[in-house]
Ligand binder design. Structure first.
Ligand code: CA
Length: 691
């Protein structure tokens, strides 16, 4: 690596940048986004000084560790993995965690520097977020690690000692920046865009100079965090790019060997990503890496991720990567502060919340970027060492979070972010997604970062049991499944026998209690199995409420009615939006049947009901009926009164033997009162009533 003596260049560039901003109205007042004028492009170094080369700073090289031994973890080798593929871990909260008393241990059970443990597992990059000033006016930290450039400096020094590169995540904010909020730092709050761009340039430069002076190996710098169309308090691309351009210029000047990255979230909205990339190209932003967050429970499929990143890599000749991902190894919360996923959270769960499931997620994301994605250069795991600061109580932990900033936010954050952090401050929301247990002992899944290079295909064994949901007719036969699906350690599925913790008698006793839901536990493959049983009154009719359009029903018009059809009008329906409608102007012209045949009803006893309402009916003859093999065996009369006064005709019991054809229906005959008889029919049911 060579780098230049750049001080004079910097001063000159700065003058040019200021001059450009002051003289070019396109960069100040443009109401529409347009390409930057020549003068607003930052001055290059060319022709200003004679470059002088210096020897490359002697950073220790990263050594890829030998294969780690694991008897249990199943890991498929990733063939497309290059030696310099970025295997990263965000460890921004490390110093706050250590101050809070958290200790980390290696696989031999010895307390060790987290950086050493990570290097030993194959992690070659660490990411640290940096906030400008995450403190209130009394010096109390907002939390989330209270991360400043000094945090990055200290972690960076420790990382460099193991050959690990520092990925600097500049939020350009005093606290969390993400798609929901991109607040400018307090000190920059009232700046116009040009002044803010200058501040971004100066701040980025100072940060990098500090790291450089500290001997930190800076491998990549992010221009903002999850900047989905907003950044540092600005919301137009013409302004966002102005800030990014200023940041990029500082990186190129101070750390020319570091990659410049932009970072977005929500790859599931592929069109947004393509739009971001096209804006950056339009404004000629000087950057190397288009990076994405990828949380599988929120961010769509890996196929989609790979597809959209590959398109951007191809079209704009950029490197691409996953800047943040993570997955739960347990659904339990361990620090008394709720987690983003886990117990009770209803999110897409492509892998079980187990140590192996977590490893499989990491393997799948890395494999996707390394093998399926064009110019894919790496994957960074988010906060893989942010564990509980204590297991005693919320009160005790709260004290520690407030003091050391080791929770996601402290109460002091209200000074800056009163609506979110100031209200919901607390501990860690991802302690169940770390690679360390509550004691700081490494999970077996930490070895995945190493084993993806070698493969470790242990014999697959059941790792988790899929939950089963079962709906049974309350009056039908009660049969519980004899097998359930086990998710195997190699991510395949296999049916395994299950024993449910319920006797036939207990199950039978539910029958008398009516329709209800039950949770039944059991055992399968040495693990707990869960069955959610719903006992329902099963309706053997098709399209029982006419919502599917009435195809399953047959109407026979015996009186030449004017109107007989399924109508879509929720105010006239008993359930849903549709019902069967009739109307006819002439006297005695309403005379029809509406019926449905059931050919394969199981032997047993059943009830039938159907409902009707209407008006102007005159004399009526209305009844529900049941026919067996074409012969009427039961009927139940009802009446038509007035609008919205539903009446249900019900036949309480009829018996069906094997092979009989059952037809159920309603007969409607109205003389009419002169205005034309009309009505609506809805909500029919054939239910089993047992023996
Ligand atoms: Ca938690």
């Amino acid at each position: 690596m060579t780098y230049r003596i750049i001080i004079p260049v910097l001063i000159l560039s700065l003058v040019l940048l200021l001059a450009a901003c002051g003289s070019d109205p396109s960069s100040t007042n443009a109401s529409s986004e347009k390409a930057p004028a020549e003068s607003s492009i930052p001055a290059s170094e060319e022709g200003t000084t004679v470059p002088e080369t210096k020897a490359e700073p002697a950073y220790p090289a990263f050594t890829i560790p030998e294969k780690l031994a694991s008897d249990t973890l199943h890991v498929k080798k990733i063939d497309g993995l290059t030696d310099d593929f970025i295997l990263g871990m965000d460890i921004s909260s490390l110093l706050a965690e250590e101050a809070s008393g958290v200790k980390y241990y290696d696989f031999d059970g010895k307390e060790a520097d987290l950086l050493k443990i990570l290097a030993g597992a194959g992690v070659n990059t660490v990411r640290v977020r940096v906030w400008n000033d995450p403190f209130d006016k009394d010096g109390n930290g907002y939390g989330g690690g209270n991360c400043t450039i000094d945090t990055a400096l200290e972690i960076g020094k420790r990382a460099t000692a193991y050959g690990i590169g520092l990925l600097l995540d500049l939020h350009y904010s005093d606290f969390w920046a993400d798609p929901a909020k991109q607040m400018a730092p307090k000190a920059w709050k009232d700046m116009d865009v040009e002044t803010k761009a200058e501040a971004v340039y100066q701040y980025t430069k100072e940060c990098l100079e500090k790291l450089k002076a500290g001997g930190v190996k800076v491998s990549m710098v992010q221009l903002g965090n999850e900047t989905n169309g907003t950044m540092c308090g600005v919301k137009r691309w013409v302004d966002i790019q102005a800030l990014m351009t200023a940041g990029s210029k500082a990186v190129r000047e101070i750390c020319p060997d570091a990659l410049v990255a932009v970072h977005f979230a929500n790859p599931e909205n592929a069109d947004n990503y393509l739009n971001y990339a096209s804006k950056l190209a339009y404004y000629s932003l000087d950057y190397d890496v288009f990076a994405s967050s990828y949380y599988p429970y929120w961010h769509g499929t890996l196929e989609n991720l790979s597809s959209v990143l590959s398109q951007i890599a191809e079209k704009y000749d950029k490197k691409v990567m996953v800047m943040e991902t993570s997955y739960a190894y347990t659904e339990e919360d361990t620090d008394f502060s709720g987690n983003t996923i886990g117990e009770g959270s209803a999110v897409i769960k492509n892998w079980p919340y187990t140590v192996q499931g977590q490893a499989n997620e990491v393997q799948a994301v890395i494999r996707t970027i390394a093998e399926d994605t064009k110019n894919g250069i790496g994957v960074v795991y988010w906060e893989g060492a942010w564990i509980s600061v204590g297991t005693e109580s919320w009160e005790k932990n709260h004290e520690i979070w407030e003091k050391y900033g080791s929770g996601w936010a402290s109460s002091f954050a209200k000074a800056y972010d009163p609506d979110d952090a100031g209200k919901y401050y607390g501990g860690c929301a991802v302690d169940n997604q770390a690679f360390f247990d509550t004691e700081g002992k490494p999970l077996e899944s930490l070895k995945v970062w190493n084993l993806i290079r070698y493969g470790n295909e242990t014999a697959p064994v059941p790792d988790a049991i899929e939950d089963v949901a079962l709906m049974l007719d309350i009056n039908g036969e009660y049969e519980l499944p004899e097998t359930v699906n086990a998710v195997m350690t190699d991510d395949s599925k296999q049916a395994v026998p299950v024993t449910w913790n319920i006797t036939a008698e207990e199950l039978e006793s539910y029958r008398a209690k009516g329709p209800a839901k039950y949770e039944i536990n059991g055992e399968a493959g040495g693990m707990e199995a869960n069955l959610q049983l719903s006992l329902i009154k099963y309706n053997f009719l098709k399209d029982w409420s006419f919502e599917e359009g009435g195809e399953a029903w047959t109407a026979t018009d015996l009186g030449k009615a004017d109107e007989l059809y399924v109508e879509d009008k929720s105010t006239d329906s008993m359930t849903g939006t549709k019902h069967y409608h009739f109307w006819s102007a002439a006297q005695d012209s309403v005379k029809f049947t509406l019926e449905q045949s059931l050919k394969e009803l199981p032997t047993g006893s059943y009830s039938f009901e159907i409902s009707i309402m209407g008006g102007d009916a005159g004399d009526t003859d209305v009844y529900a009926y049941v026919k067996i093999n074409g012969e009427e065996i039961a009927k139940a009369p009802t009446v038509i009164t007035s609008y919205n006064d539903w009446h249900t005709a019900r036949i309480d019991k009829f018996d069906v033997a094997e092979g009989q054809e059952v037809t159920v229906g309603i007969y409607v005959q109205c003389s009419g009162d002169g205005n034309g008889a009309w009505g609506k029919i809805d909500d029919a049911a054939v239910n089993s009533i047992g023996e």
